[in-house]
Design a protein around this ligand. Structure first.
Ligand code: MN
Length: 208
């Protein structure tokens, strides 16, 4: 039996706004290339590498680099999943930015004292990332705390179930057409498009 017959293909989710809706903080050209180029590329490559893995399992390919294959699977599948979170985590001009409310505001106040201090620490964390990767705020099921983490590339392992609340893409493709080498300026501008309602919605899913 074909494995592929049992697997649903990865699909590019709809962008929840127009490509120009994050301006002036993130240029439409960036969102267009990022979504229609990079994210779509991760989706297509995810399906390509799953098919290749299927061929390997069925014995149709006898010579292959299994480590390279697994690396490409992880890179592309994680890339797809992380970008799906990233797009929804931003809101069109006028609807993004400001401060969180609800449970997220409570946790931030409890752990960081106040929002401005949280923003400062998140920003410092994001700016400390060398090279290419992501900064995420996630929910720790064990102690009910928020945790900050940076990771390089698209992470090394399968992160589908990591309970991410807030996520920032720090690949050069996310900012270079507008901010060039001034990544910290992009990080600073990104706060103006954060969709706190979406972050709260994500958090509510994790809190039992
Ligand atoms: Mn990206």
């Amino acid at each position: 039996m074909s494995i592929q017959a049992q697997l649903k293909k990865y699909e590019l989710p709809p962008l929840p706004y127009k490509t120009t809706d994050l301006e002036p903080y993130i240029k439409g050209e960036i969102v267009d290339v990022h979504y229609n180029g990079h994210h779509k590329g991760y989706v297509n490559a995810s399906n390509t590498y799953v098919e290749r893995l299927e061929k390997v399992i069925k014995g149709e390919v006898t010579s292959y680099d299994i480590q390279g294959l697994m690396r490409m699977l992880v890179f592309n599948i994680n890339g797809h999943k992380l970008h799906s979170l990233y797009w929804n985590n931003m809101a069109p001009q006028g609807k993004g930015g400001g401060k969180p409310g609800g449970k997220l505001a409570d946790l931030i106040e409890k752990q960081y004292g106040n929002f401005d201090n949280f923003k400062k620490i998140f920003t410092e964390t994001a700016n400390s990332l060398p090279g290419t990767g992501w900064t995420v705020l996630y929910y720790d099921y064990e102690n009910g705390n928020l945790q900050l983490m940076t990771f390089e590339n698209h992470f090394q392992n399968h992160i589908a179930e990591l309970p991410i609340v807030l996520i920032l893409d720090e690949f050069e493709h996310a900012y270079y057409l507008q901010y060039k080498n001034k990544r910290a300026d992009y990080v600073g501008a990104w706060w103006n498009v954060v969709n706190w309602d979406d972050a709260e919605k994500k958090l509510q899913k994790f809190v039992k």
